[in-house]
Ligand binder design. Structure first.
Ligand SMILES: NC(=O)c1ccc[n+]([C@@H]2O[C@H](COP(=O)([O-])OP(=O)(O)OC[C@H]3O[C@@H](n4cnc5c(N)ncnc54)[C@H](OP(=O)(O)O)[C@@H]3O)[C@@H](O)[C@H]2O)c1
Length: 249
């Protein structure tokens, strides 16, 4: 028998998606669907999470590549058949590139971080609309903030990652549009900055995972996302939130 609140997380086998799965599923009232483009990686991640011993909810793995329309359609239809609705869609899958990006690399980043996040979350809206108190969370980054990027006093001012920054700025616009369209239908839409945390986003060496030792614990991001879907920050829906408040768009 599935738990009462159904959460879908894209890119759930690694980093923030992994920790978010683990933290949300440590609560008995949740079922987390780990959307993974590679289900072998997804299953291996699920096995690791189950071994942690702290799981009191339930978890399943589903093939979901945010750049592949047939993968998205199949995932939506399977979830609809099995659960009938989705309480929270956490649009987390993302990629980056540090240096100046050639066309192919820019296109790849935009296909995942913008078109992929936007179209996948849109495909889940009909299932969100069937939930009592639905949430749509776009995992963005402070690096996408135009306000911070243009403030010479902000530490983000001089960070490169140009294609990535452009993609998160575009994702923020998608979030604003989704909020304006969906708020009257009871959907709480957020852009969420998880902070600089350990993950495979920047590469798989220890130096890259830890961002040279500067990265925090993705479990803190997971807890932040949990607070959003628990309704603790509903009054900030439609904004670009982080752990200590909000970012300018
Ligand atoms: N870590 C940070 O410091 C930080 C800071 C700000 C924002 N963020 C954002 O946080 C989100 C999660 O990133 P992370 O840091 O946890 O990085 P990560 O460890 O690299 O995880 C990214 C996840 O996205 C998945 N993914 C990539 N392309 C996909 C696709 N086409 N379809 C489905 N899944 C796909 C990856 O799957 P594979 O394992 O198969 O590649 C992986 O599971 C991203 O949106 C990122 O921009 C991270």
């Amino acid at each position: 028998m599935p738990a009462s609140r159904i959460v879908v997380i894209t890119g759930a086998n690694s980093g923030i998606g992994y920790s978010t799965t683990q933290f949300i599923a440590s609560h008995p009232e949740y079922h987390v669907i780990m959307g993974c483009r590679d289900t072998q990686k997804g299953q291996a991640a699920l096995d690791r999470i189950m071994k942690s011993g702290a799981i009191r909810g339930t978890i399943s793995v589903l093939q979901l590549d945010v750049t592949d329309d047939s993968s998205i359609t199949t995932a939506v239809s399977q979830i609809e058949q099995e659960f009938g609705h989705v309480d929270a869609f956490i649009s987390n899958a993302g990629i980056t590139a540090h240096e100046f990006s050639a066309r192919e690399q820019c296109n790849r980043i935009f296909a995942t971080n913008v078109t992929g996040a936007y179209l996948t979350s849109e495909a889940f809206v009909p299932l969100l609309l069937k939930a009592e108190r639905p949430y749509l969370i776009q995992v963005s980054s402070g690096l996408g903030s135009l306000g911070l990027a243009t403030d010479p006093n902000n530490p983000f001012y001089s960070v490169p990652y140009e294609a990535y920054r452009m993609s998160k700025a575009a994702l923020d616009m998608a979030t604003v549009q989704q909020h304006k369209r969906l708020q009257s239908q009871n959907v709480r839409v957020f852009a969420y900055c998880p902070g600089l945390v350990r993950s495979n986003l920047r590469g798989d060496s220890e130096e890259a995972i830890s961002a040279g030792g500067a990265a925090g614990d993705p479990m803190d991001s997971a807890k932040g996302i949990f607070r959003l879907i628990e309704g603790e920050r509903d009054s900030e829906a439609g904004q670009f939130v982080n752990e200590s408040g909000t970012w300018p768009w």
